[in-house]
Design a protein around this ligand. Sequence first.
Ligand code: DX5
Ligand code: ZN
Length: 221
Amino acid sequence: MIRFSPSILACDYMNMGKDIDRMEQAGADWLHLDIMDGLFVPNISFGPAVVSAVDMQSNLPLDVHLMIVDPDRYIDAFAKAGADYLTVHAEAVKDLSQTLDSIHAAGMKAGVSLKPATEPSVLEGCLSKIDLVLVMTVEPGFGGQKLMPEMLNKVSVVERMLRGAGSGALIEVDGGVTMDNAMQAVQAGAEVLVMGTALFNSANPGNIMSMLRAASEGAEK
Ligand code: DX5
Ligand code: ZN
């Protein structure tokens, strides 16, 4: 079963509540929240206050993607804000294993994200502590970019690594995922699809999700 995590970076900020309701009604499984600090990535987005507002609005699990320097400083703030999954970039932390422990201690599931140039080998040594691996399919920082097809091979490498170690961690792809390339990501091993512009800019996001769900179920048979 694939899951959809619409990225609210692409919503209409003047109508965020309505846009979130629209995604929930369209069949979204999670909501993806991109936190950017202008240092780890060149863009600035929003912080825990917005996550907390989204948590009040929606019953969906909140999939919070931290693109910030030294994310350990904000683990408790995002736990309080209602994050269910907290994903950090492997490159942004000093001691990945310790950061994953802190996320768990704060009551959240722990994710690790890999930038396009980051090798999956950075996950070795803490596989048993990882609940989610987020493979970036664009350079992090902005929505609306084109998916880098060469990242799909990385998804397969991550899948082999996780399953080989007996890990059931979810594999998520993020960046440039559209109706046209989502099935390739699923075939490579992706189970959670982050989609920003593809869903929020669509007049019928429910159609996109149901067509892809049907295609992925057909592919399983
Ligand atoms: C990029 C973010 C993505 C972004 C995806 O740094 O991590 O989550 O919102 O947006 P689309 O689907 O438009 O590429
Ligand atoms: Zn993201």
